[in-house]
Design a binder for this molecule. Structure first.
Ligand SMILES: NC(=O)c1ccc[n+]([C@@H]2O[C@H](COP(=O)([O-])OP(=O)(O)OC[C@H]3O[C@@H](n4cnc5c(N)ncnc54)[C@H](O)[C@@H]3O)[C@@H](O)[C@H]2O)c1
Length: 361
């Protein structure tokens, strides 16, 4: 007999977000420093992240790639934002819009049955309008509501080019009155943590904006667009205003390079201003969690030592952790949370640097 579950049967068990506040991992992570391989790397990475937080001059930039929010890491990141453990975020659009904003609208991610991981039943999922991320399921109809909501926000803006940072701030404003649950976008809006999505069209926001552009052009009106160059300029302003920086990178991809490159961009801007190289400080601290394999020579896998050859990352406090993020992030962030180095910090409110910027037409 073939397996023919209903949509309701498939979307039963929700992904629950781990709460790092409930688990004091300090003894485990400290014990790992005397082990070998990934355990020792992870322990050192946790120590470096704790140092970043104790260095009150350091602006901490969190980079997010992969499917982290759908995987149960949302609460960890919300707690990092609310406890001054991060000052700016550079992310893929999927994490911020398709997953975080999506849940803020009241929707959930669901646990897929083990047999669904094989892919054999994907056409059955298609028939039900269910999307799969490895072992996680999403109701496509709910995702369409997310697309539609980003379109509504776009429709409310006058024609012009906007940074993703500005648009995500607008999404945070929207959530102030419409959120069903806590979210990273909402917490960042309240705590003055700017969020940048360099490839913002490559997610649910892109699907919303495509509909917005189509409608505006069809009716002879100017649409809005996203300005990723201005995003890069604004992110560089963080480095210009706060020379000591640290990167905490989860996964690789576009957010990793974009955040690393602000050192080079700041060098160019300083040369423009002063007529000579002034070499801004490289990122003083850097931790990356990734599963990528260094042998492909691609950005996601490139080591932080390699980044130092490009003048982007200092070599004293850097650590790669070759691990899947759902394992490593709760341990590294949980360690720093329970060590409480963040208590000595203030909110840097980098978002306030851009209060006047808003729209660029
Ligand atoms: N991931 C999704 O479900 C999804 C959905 C819609 C749109 N997108 C878009 O696709 C583009 C690329 O997205 P991406 O970030 O998913 O893929 P990516 O392939 O760019 O990820 C970059 C690298 O990060 C590392 N990585 C990813 N997840 C990891 C994990 N859990 N643990 C450790 N390392 C990990 C891997 O080395 C990977 O090569 C973005 O523009 C995004 O908005 C993604």
């Amino acid at each position: 007999m073939t397996w023919q579950p209903t949509k309701q049967e498939l979307l039963q068990k929700t992904i629950e977000h781990i709460d790092m506040k409930d688990h004091n991992v300090v003894p485990v992570v400290e014990a790992m420093q005397h082990m070998a391989f990934s355990a020792r790397d992870l322990s050192r990475a946790a120590d470096i992240y704790d140092r970043m937080l104790r260095d009150t001059e350091c602006g901490v930039i969190l980079c997010l790639a992969g499917s982290l929010i759908s995987a149960g890491l949302k609460q960890v990141i919300i707690d990092m934002v609310r406890n001054k453990m991060v000052d700016a975020i550079v992310s893929t659009g999927a994490n911020m819009v398709d997953q975080d904003f999506f849940e803020a609208l009241g929707f959930k991610h669901y646990v897929a049955e083990e047999r669904l991981k094989s892919g054999m039943d994907d056409s059955m999922l298609r028939d039900h309008g269910i999307d799969r991320i490895y072992d996680t399921l999403i109701d496509e109809e709910e995702l369409r509501v997310c697309d539609e909501t980003t379109r509504k926000i776009a429709d409310g803006l006058p024609p012009g080019a906007y940074t993703s940072r500005y648009f995500l701030n607008k999404m945070g404003e929207y959530l102030e009155t419409n959120a069903k649950t806590d979210s990273i976008i909402g917490a960042a809006y309240q705590c003055g943590v700017p969020i940048f999505c360099p490839a913002f069209s490559d997610c649910s926001a892109g699907l919303g904006i495509v509909a917005h552009i189509h409608e505006r052009l069809r009716t002879g009106r100017q649409p809005i667009s996203f300005d990723s160059a201005m995003d890069f300029y604004e992110l560089t302003q963080i480095k210009m205003n706060n020379p000591v920086t640290g990167l905490f990178m989860i996964g690789g991809g576009v957010p990793k390079n974009y955040a690393q490159d602000i050192v080079v961009a700041a060098d160019i801007l300083l040369q423009e201003e002063h007529g000579a190289h002034e070499y801004p400080a490289m990122h003083k601290y850097a931790v990356q969690i990734t599963i990528a394999d260094v042998r492909d020579g691609a950005l996601s896998s490139s080591t932080l030592k390699e980044a130092s050859s490009w003048g982007k990352v200092d070599t004293t406090f850097e650590q790669m952790v070759f691990s899947e993020a759902t394992l490593a992030l709760p341990l590294i962030a949980g360690y720093a949370y329970h060590k409480r180095g963040w208590e000595g910090r203030k909110f840097k409110r980098f978002a306030d640097l851009f209060v006047e910027a808003g729209e660029i037409v």
